[in-house]
Design a protein around this ligand. Structure first.
Ligand code: NAD
Length: 365
């Protein structure tokens, strides 16, 4: 093993390791005779071949969110059954968070549960989706409405896979890294790494640190009975925006907006001052435009949030970095925060278009 690789333990009932580093896929060995690889069909074929040559069966999935449906889930289960995969077989996911959510749910449900391993290929997959055992699919009525907890046996986050990641998807992953930095007890908001920083040693150590934030919260609350809800910082408005856009706004972009909204709500509720950092992040990220400026459109979508109980909706707020809590917020406060949010977003967009207009006009040949 490369001395620079880092290992993070996830101390749940059956503990497992997340290994982060370079050239991990080449050395993959699993203690199972029969293994099915489930992978995102949009990945470079060289990447898939590196892994598929180790395994008996390879099942391609529709790329990204399109794989997270009951139809795709049923097709993959049938494929495993046709090949008579037994109980001691294993499922390996190769792809971003959407792939690991679907493949994990297949592993959780096939023969009432088989071994599961994760090879995340997106930044978001590495720091968030591949760790913690939440698996599932979407329904037409909403995201992640069906699923199960099924922890992987191991996760290998090979940085080489990130080389083909589109810049936009990279930035979306940084939104979750930014969120983990805000949640970290030692309050370590990371710098916003560009994809060109991939080979810098401090990127690897920051990535490992970000995964540790998630691993520690998951270990303290594996079934989201309490503290784990803090990982939903920025997700209440974020998910609502994602649904309102019919997924043209990606998860990471929506979380970028959601974190700014959570920062404004936090300031109004507890006078904390991390809003500047959230605005800076959004300016760096340059997400697609908001799907709506009308808060009334978002209220019913926010009500679908998983932190909503029969008593109503709760938000994750931050009383300064490293100090999250959940709270109900009066509706007029939510409205007020949204109006401030729109002003900040408008300012960011104006600055972005001013800087674009300062760029030299390309010469016409
Ligand atoms: N289970 C959890 O705890 C958890 C946590 C956070 C998010 N999620 C889920 O994760 C999903 C978002 O994850 P994501 O951002 O990784 O999305 P994704 O899996 O949809 O990947 C985003 C895009 O990047 C492409 N891609 C991924 N890796 C690539 C690579 N190495 N090279 C080239 N292209 C690549 C995919 O084809 C897709 O088009 C959502 O469905 C979300 O609900 C789950």
């Amino acid at each position: 093993m490369d001395a620079n690789n880092q290992i993070i333990s996830v101390n749940v009932e059956a503990p497992y390791n997340v290994t982060v580093g370079w050239n991990l896929l080449e050395r993959l060995e699993l203690p199972h005779k029969r293994v099915a690889l489930i992978y995102d069909s949009k990945l470079p074929s060289s990447l898939v071949k590196k892994v598929s040559s180790h395994f008996e069966l390879s099942i391609p999935l529709p790329s990204g969110e399109a794989c997270k449906s009951l139809e795709v889930h049923a097709k993959v289960l049938s494929e495993l059954a046709k090949h008579a995969f037994p109980r001691d077989a294993a499922i390996v996911a190769l792809g971003g968070g959407a792939t690991s959510d679907l493949a994990g749910y297949v592993a959780a449900s096939y023969l009432r549960g088989v071994a599961f391993y994760n090879l995340p290929t997106s930044l978001l997959g590495m720091v968030d989706a591949s760790v913690g055992g939440k698996t599932g699919v979407n329904l037409p009525e909403g995201k992640n409405l069906v699923g199960a907890f099924h922890q992987p046996r191991a996760v290998w986050a090979d940085l080489e896979t990130l080389q083909s990641l589109p810049e936009r998807v990279w930035k979306e992953g940084m939104a979750e890294m930014f969120k983990h930095g805000l949640l970290e007890r030692e309050a370590a908001v990371p710098r916003f790494f560009e994809k060109s920083d991939l080979e810098q040693p401090d990127f690897l150590s920051t990535l490992a640190r970000s995964i540790r934030v998630k691993a520690e919260i998951v270990a303290r609350d594996p079934f989201e009975a309490g503290e784990r809800a803090h990982l939903n910082l920025g997700h209440t408005l974020g998910h609502a925006l994602e649904w309102a856009s019919n997924h043209s706004l990606s998860h990471g972009e929506a979380i970028g907006y959601g974190l700014l909204y959570a920062a404004i709500l936090s300031r109004l509720e507890n006078r904390s001052t991390w809003m500047g950092k959230a605005a800076e992040f959004l300016e760096w990220m340059r997400p697609s435009p908001l799907p709506t400026r009308n808060f009334e459109d978002l209220i019913p979508l926010m009500a679908r949030d998983k932190k909503a109980t029969s008593d109503g909706l709760k938000f994750v707020l931050l009383d300064g970095p490293g100090n999250p809590y959940t709270a109900r917020v009066a509706l007029n406060r939510q409205h007020q925060a949204f109006q401030e949010f729109l002003k900040v977003v408008d300012n960011i967009e104006q600055r972005a278009s001013a800087s674009r207009s300062l760029l030299p006009t390309p010469e016409v040949p």
